[in-house]
Design a protein around this ligand. Structure first.
Ligand SMILES: [Zn+2]
Length: 292
């Protein structure tokens, strides 16, 4: 090969490499690939899908599958594939725990083939775009069927109950109860190590522990939280006590006349709430008003 030809081939190769890097990086920033999800068995015909967004419960019956929540829009195919790995039954119903896009972001893609059920307030919060910041894309779709106190899906001889028990994370959180299995899906009424109060979406740190007290009256031993690993009723009781402790401590600060910046600093030191976190942005300003 002549030197010019080699130089030309090298130039073309370099161009293609740069173009490929540019293309993939653009692709990444504009449309991140779905994060890896994992499916775990909870009990009998009940599974849960963890990773990227809220925990999805998968309840298999002989007449179809009931999902609790559907993560982000980008997780749709991964959820469908994981459900297919354990059953040939179609996904017929999705019960939403609340309106945030990491729990309801998959609604748009599921609605053509499944019925979605949520509290009336969760629907309203989507319709009125109550999620703060620009994290809610315009295509998060609300449920077609809503309830205010309680709804149940009875399918293939199995029952799932969705119950509104009061404000907490938002003003429209449903807890999901599987009576035959004695399992509770809490949505984000239990998530992570400390509560995220979405005041814009009607949340309340004062009502939160009362709402969990109502939920704790149900007969269950296993808890699927909104985020994090599956736990027990005792785990939920500890979480409830921590919510109350946090509220008491912050109330004391607010009553002492501490500024919002001082409360924010306290949350950062004591609860590891990073300065840029949703907890700092959504919850702390609301604390200053609600706990006054
Ligand atoms: Zn949430």
């Amino acid at each position: 090969m002549s030197r010019t030809l080699i130089a030309r081939i090298s130039a073309v190769a370099l161009f293609l490499t740069l173009a490929w890097v540019g293309y993939t990086q653009l692709g990444y920033t504009q449309n991140p690939p779905p994060a890896k999800l994992t499916l775990n068995k909870v009990k009998d015909d009940l599974y849960e899908i963890e990773g990227d967004g809220g925990n999805v419960a998968v309840y298999i019956t002989d007449e179809g599958v009931i999902l609790i929540d559907d993560k982000f829009d980008r997780d749709h195919q991964s959820i469908v594939d994981l459900v297919k790995s354990v059953t040939n039954q179609p996904i017929k119903y999705i019960i939403s725990t609340h309106y945030h896009q990491d729990h309801s972001g998959g609604n748009a893609k599921f609605l053509p083939t499944a019925e979605i059920i949520s509290t009336a307030m969760a629907r309203t919060n989507i319709v009125e775009h109550k999620q703060q910041g620009n994290v809610q894309p315009p295509d998060v779709m609300p449920a077609r069927i809503t309830f205010t106190t309680e709804a149940a899906v009875n399918l293939g001889g199995k029952e799932v109950r969705a119950i509104y028990m009061g404000r907490g994370h938002t003003n429209g959180d449903a807890v999901i109860y599987f009576p035959a299995l004695r399992v509770l899906h809490t949505g984000d009424l239990m998530a992570g190590t400390s509560p995220l109060v979405d005041y814009n979406g009607g949340g309340s740190v004062v009502e939160w522990s009362k709402t969990l007290d109502n939920a704790l009256k149900l007969d269950f031993d296993t808890v699927i939280p909104g985020h994090g690993p599956v736990t027990t009723k005792a785990g939920l009781m500890t979480y409830r006590d921590n919510v109350e402790k946090l509220r008491t401590r912050v109330t004391t600060l607010v009553h002492e006349g501490k500024s919002q910046a001082e409360v924010a600093k306290f949350m950062e030191t004591e609860y590891k709430w990073a300065p840029d976190s949703l907890q700092q942005k959504w919850s702390v300003p609301g604390f200053m008003t609600e706990l006054r």
